[in-house]
Write a protein that binds this ligand. Structure first.
Ligand code: SF4
Length: 195
């Protein structure tokens, strides 16, 4: 199953319906804050977009547009500072395989965010009020928000919390197969929507 492919023309739709919270939050924060994602955030998001289907050209164009929302980054500084990362991620430079999306274990193990940083698994990174606020902004129904808070607060069950979020977005799905990797989330969602 080749699955659905992320492309510039379906980006907004796919982000809202099929991106795991860890990735959707990075994209939205970068836009809202008009502050480019720092190293760890870029390292997390870049291979995810690639594995979802962005070609090298899609990635360069998308990242250029997004990073340049930050007044600190110009077209020239983008080419100079960031282009290499994409060549590397796509195996055009450095080791030839390129880089693959991190699994949840690795994202969960990322250090806490410091001011100005956005990265990691939001179920672990955010304090409960901020987590609740984020879920409400995404219009996650209250019953699911309550369940997610319980899973996080009582047991640090971050991956089960992610599964609940998935279930809230994919009505009738039991969340099976979600919670090991952001790619599992994306692909399971794609299969759900294809039916
Ligand atoms: Fe992302 Fe995994 Fe956390 Fe879900 S559990 S938000 S896929 S890191």
């Amino acid at each position: 199953d080749a699955g659905e492919k992320l492309a510039p023309e379906n980006f907004e739709e796919f982000m809202a319906r099929s991106f795991p919270p860890c990735m959707r939050r990075l994209v939205e924060r970068q836009r809202e804050n008009k502050k480019h994602l720092k190293h760890a955030g870029r390292l997390q998001l870049r291979p995810f977009l690639k594995d979802c289907g962005f070609t090298f050209e899609d990635s360069v164009r998308w990242w250029k547009q997004e990073l340049c929302r930050d007044p600190e980054i110009t077209s020239e500084s983008f080419e100079k500072t960031y282009l290499y990362d994409f060549e590397h991620a796509y195996g055009k430079k450095g080791h030839l395989q390129g880089s693959n999306c991190f699994g949840c274990a690795k994202i969960l193990a990322m250090p806490s965010e410091t001011p100005g940083q956005v990265h990691g698994c939001m179920f672990r990174q955010l304090e409960l009020p901020a987590l609740r606020n984020q879920l409400q902004r995404w219009r996650v129904p209250a019953a699911f928000v309550g369940e997610i808070e319980k899973l996080v607060k009582e047991g640090k069950h971050y991956q089960l919390a992610c599964m609940e979020y998935f279930k809230s977005l994919h009505v009738g799905h039991d969340g099976e197969g979600v919670g090991n990797s952001p790619m599992d989330f994306f692909r399971t969602s794609g299969r759900f929507h294809k039916k």
